[in-house]
Design a protein around this ligand. Structure first.
Ligand code: ADE
Length: 426
């Protein structure tokens, strides 16, 4: 039965998808025990009572469970998509119909609609922003500086968003505290590595149904996401090649057992390419020109600028839609075909369902606790980028271990004393 109220505003694909979305949200919840515990505590303590909150996130079953925790805490939440292609329309419908949330998110929305949704959400005059990629915060700083006075702070989910926040901080324009959720260990060690690792392979396979065994699989960027993708592609029997600009990460890739080479070389031999650098045009015209016929190209970084699709269109014309999330470009000069997945947007969320709930459990525990931390410390934190305190990270890890039924040892008093003294040596 629909709980939509007269005053509730939303812009979604189809409210009739709510029942399917509801069942999937509950399915994800089974894998999110840490977030469930937080929600149960929030329901009693109401740490976000009266707070107006805008969450900009991939609208997935896992995000729905984060929103449930925020609502239980007393926040009035507006949810918008953090990417035009990542929304799960059934989840958006259920959040509106079953949980009374104002959702503005439509799978496949245009960039204009995406931007309109950001502005509509900001019209709710938020006190807190949960951002994924920093588009909402950037819009406040560029167009709505008068709303800064309403803001207690913001939280940021992803590496790309934190790079942007630090640039804002350096430029002296970030006028409120922003918690770098991505930098918590219980976030990036697991979400970026195992979450992106699994969901990217999932997206490629769902889109194409190709066999990975024996293919030359090029991972462009060896940060936490690249590490996870390389690890999982190897697990599927692919020959993994890494391209990287950071010399330390490149050595890591070598010693992790991967071939490392420049993109110009990798372009000639790759069968599948995945970009996860957070940077612009890491696959560009010279690479397309060198690629084998039917090379598959996709991206799992936050923004759709890693693959230079404009340059590909210039040498090949408009693409053919081969199957959902699969477009074929035919290079005019050579006749070779380049297959682009998910229009160069995050393939793990465009063609699959994003990271599994079990890792998002920790990421979103960090988000929920960051929101609480900002409100508890209202007026006490300086403007700029902050980490969530280490104890919170440790607490999330303890809760996760507990939920997995795993006990670990604790330091003895003698060991604590040893670790905090310097006299004892050889
Ligand atoms: N980012 C990556 N995977 C996600 C998921 N399942 N939900 C929300 N954000 C995500």
């Amino acid at each position: 039965m629909s709980a939509v109220s007269e005053s509730q505003k939303f812009d979604i694909t189809d409210i009739n998808l709510a029942q399917k979305g509801h069942a999937r949200i509950e399915w994800a919840e089974r894998e999110m025990p840490v977030l469930r515990l937080i929600r149960e505590r929030f329901a009693v303590e109401k740490p976000l009572d009266g707070v107006r909150l805008v969450a900009c996130a991939h609208v997935t079953t896992e995000t729905a469970n984060l929103v449930r925790a925020l609502q239980a805490a007393g926040a009035e939440t507006v949810l918008i998509a953090s990417n035009p292609l990542s929304t799960q329309d059934d989840v958006a419908a259920s959040l509106v119909a079953d949980y009374g949330v104002s959702v503005y998110a439509i799978k496949g929305e245009s960039t204009d609609t995406y931007n309109r949704h950001v502005r509509t959400a900001l019209d709710s005059k938020p006190n807190l922003i949960i951002d994924d990629g920093s588009d909402v915060v950037a819009t406040v700083l560029k167009e709505r500086q008068h709303q800064i006075a309403d803001l207690i702070g913001s939280t940021e989910e992803t590496t790309t968003g934190i790079v942007r926040l630090r640039a804002m901080e350096s430029a002296g324009v970030l006028k409120f505290p922003a918690i770098a959720v991505n930098d918590a260990q219980t976030k990036h060690f697991f979400d970026n590595r195992y979450g992106t690792g699994q969901s990217t392979i999932d997206g490629i396979i769902r889109a194409t149904n190709i066999l990975l065994a024996g293919r030359n699989f090029v991972v462009v960027g060896y940060g936490w996401c690249g590490k996870g993708i390389a690890l999982r592609a190897r697990g599927m029997g692919a020959n993994v090649i890494v391209a990287e600009i950071d010399p330390v990460k490149a050595i890591e890739a070598v010693m992790d057992g991967f071939r490392v080479m420049q993109m110009n070389e990798a372009a000639k031999i790759g069968d599948v390419f995945v970009t996860v650098t957070g940077n612009r045009h890491v696959i560009d015209s010279q690479h397309f020109a060198a690629m084998k016929d039917s090379a598959i190209v996709c991206n799992s970084g936050h923004f759709d600028l890693e693959i230079n699709l404009d340059s590909l269109r210039e040498i090949s014309g408009e693409p053919l839609n081969v199957r959902p999330f699969v477009q074929e470009y035919k290079v005019k000069d050579t006749g070779s075909r380049i297959i682009v997945l998910g229009e160069g947007r995050l393939i793990n969320l465009a063609a699959a369902e994003g990271h599994p709930a079990s890792v998002m459990d920790m990421s979103f525990a960090n988000q929920a606790l960051s929101a609480e931390y900002l409100v508890k410390n209202k007026g006490k934190l300086t403007a700029g980028v902050h980490l969530l305190p280490k104890e919170v990270d440790q607490e999330i890890a303890h809760l996760k271990l507990h939920s997995l039924g795993i006990q670990i040892d604790r330091l003895t008093a003698e060991q604590i004393e040893y670790m905090t003294s310097w006299e004892t040596g050889t």
